[in-house]
Design a protein around this ligand. Structure first.
Ligand SMILES: NC(=O)c1ccc[n+]([C@@H]2O[C@H](COP(=O)([O-])OP(=O)(O)OC[C@H]3O[C@@H](n4cnc5c(N)ncnc54)[C@H](O)[C@@H]3O)[C@@H](O)[C@H]2O)c1
Length: 242
């Protein structure tokens, strides 16, 4: 199994954990915001394994801050990783899967890609909505050609995301940070098992918190205006910054 990450320490730890389980691991340093890195990753993986069965575009970061106060550099940082990183993965690996007429693409989005779940992480929501739309379109394109597509939309998962998260825009976050109502986190093995199951059973949408999320998606689909009004009611009121 090839593993790619920009964090070399975590990459080495994950590769060692896989080797301990008896899985051949190929750790590759890769920044998904670099075209050259993602293309080099593809070349290295194909050299080492000869083919690819499953591509998982999973790298992601979080950016908190009122959207109108974030700099373009901050917007670009998250979009280049969370959205364009997935596009790079598709451009690099999909021709190979398509020519083989088999394989699977899994893109990690979030519940943030299914409905506007909060007002403090709007660049994250923007990127994840993009990943959901990209994945749905990709399924239309690839499934008839023999290649499967799934989109993973987790709710909260305990992970290391806090290490890379940035707070942007406003200097003093105490001016605006408020707690958003979220479901309880699950452990990372939960999305891991669900993704394997989705590939085996050929399903598109993978949810870690299926009941509340399916209910929200259904309400949003039935009446988007009523859903939006209920969300505004449910969330803390944002401060009107100077
Ligand atoms: N943790 C959650 O609650 C949650 C919820 C919904 C969606 N997600 C999504 O799940 C995915 C995995 O996140 P996680 O929660 O496991 O966080 P994590 O920080 O533990 O894992 C993300 C990995 O992406 C890597 N990464 C960051 N920038 C990169 C770059 N430029 N190039 C290559 N790798 C890079 C990090 O080094 C890290 O190892 C992300 O796409 C995230 O948006 C997470």
């Amino acid at each position: 199994m090839a593993l790619a990450d920009v964090n070399d320490t975590r990459l080495a730890e994950s590769a060692a954990a896989l080797e301990e389980l008896g899985v051949r691991a190929l750790p590759v340093h890769c920044d998904v915001s670099s075209d050259a890195d993602v293309e080099a990753l593809r070349d290295e993986v194909l050299d080492a394994f000869g083919h690819v069965d499953v591509v998982m575009n999973n790298a992601g970061v979080a950016l908190l801050g009122p959207p109108d106060t974030l700099s373009m550099e901050e917007w670009d940082w998250i979009l280049q990783i969370n959205l364009v990183g997935v596009i790079r993965g598709i451009r690099a690996f999909v021709p190979h899967l398509r020519h083989r007429g088999r394989g699977w693409v899994v893109n990690t989005a979030s519940v943030a890609g299914l409905y506007g779940y909060a007002w403090d992480t709007i660049p994250y929501i923007t990127a994840k909505f993009g990943v959901v739309g990209l994945s749905e379109g990709l399924a239309l394109y690839l499934r008839p050609l023999g290649v499967g597509v799934s989109v993973l939309c987790p709710g909260l998962v305990s992970s290391n995301m806090g290490d890379t998260a940035r707070i942007g825009g406003v200097q003093d976050p105490r001016q605006w940070i408020q707690e958003m109502p979220l479901e309880e986190p699950v452990t990372p093995d939960v999305p891991g098992r669900l993704v394997c199951d989705a590939i085996e059973t050929e399903r598109f949408l993978v949810l870690t918190h299926p009941e509340p999320i399916r209910e929200r998606i259904a309400r949003r689909g039935a009446d988007p205006d009523a859903f939006l009004a209920a969300q505004i009611e449910r969330l803390p009121t944002p401060p009107n910054l100077p």
